[in-house]
Design a protein around this ligand. Structure first.
Ligand code: CMX
Length: 134
């Protein structure tokens, strides 16, 4: 099991529209998609930077993981997502190596991708996502 690249960096924001403006006006990036992921209780906005995406995350309800994160730590980098050929296999491998999983099996994420999270307590404090087509 080895990631092919960093698929995206997730950033928790309070206001998607204001944050999109920053990435477009200051960094010159283009927001190519805005999508609500009901399963994760977030609204997302995506920018491409080379092979890697920036994913802005705004909570859609008070019990969203992103709302809880901002309450506790404030806005900023929320998670790191690695591209994997097979998310289910990658999650199983990590669990066999003693990592605590948030998702035992892949769930549906943005852009039609399969996603699964590893618990930050098992990864040195970095909420880690595996992400891929299957
Ligand atoms: N990065 C690092 N640490 C984090 C974290 C994050 N993003 N979110 C929570 N934590 C830490 C907290 O600081 C806390 O640590 P302490 O016990 O030392 O204070 C601990 O994890 C528990 O946090 P909590 O606030 O009590 O929250 P929960 O345990 O209820 O949930 C987590 C934490 C990571 C299990 C939950 O946020 C989760 O399931 N995340 C995965 C799903 C997700 O984040 N979805 C949104 C993005 C979806 C997308 O990209 O499409």
């Amino acid at each position: 099991m080895q990631p092919t690249h960093i698929e995206h960096i997730g950033i928790a924001v309070n206001n998607l529209e204001e944050s999109i403006e920053y990435y477009e006006n200051v960094l010159g990036l283009t927001c190519y998609a805005v999508e609500e992921v009901t399963d994760q209780k977030v609204k997302t906005a995506f920018f491409m930077v080379g092979q890697t995406k920036i994913e802005l995350l705004q909570a859609t309800s008070e019990d969203s993981p992103v709302a809880k994160f901002i309450d506790k730590k404030g806005t900023g980098i929320h998670h790191l997502a690695f591209a994997m050929d097979n998310v289910a296999d990658a999650l199983n491998d990590a669990e066999e190596k003693g990592v605590k999983l948030i998702d035992k099996a892949p769930r549906n994420g943005a852009e039609g991708l399969k996603i699964g999270f590893l618990h930050p307590k098992s990864t040195g404090g970095v909420l880690t996502e595996f992400c891929g087509k299957k």
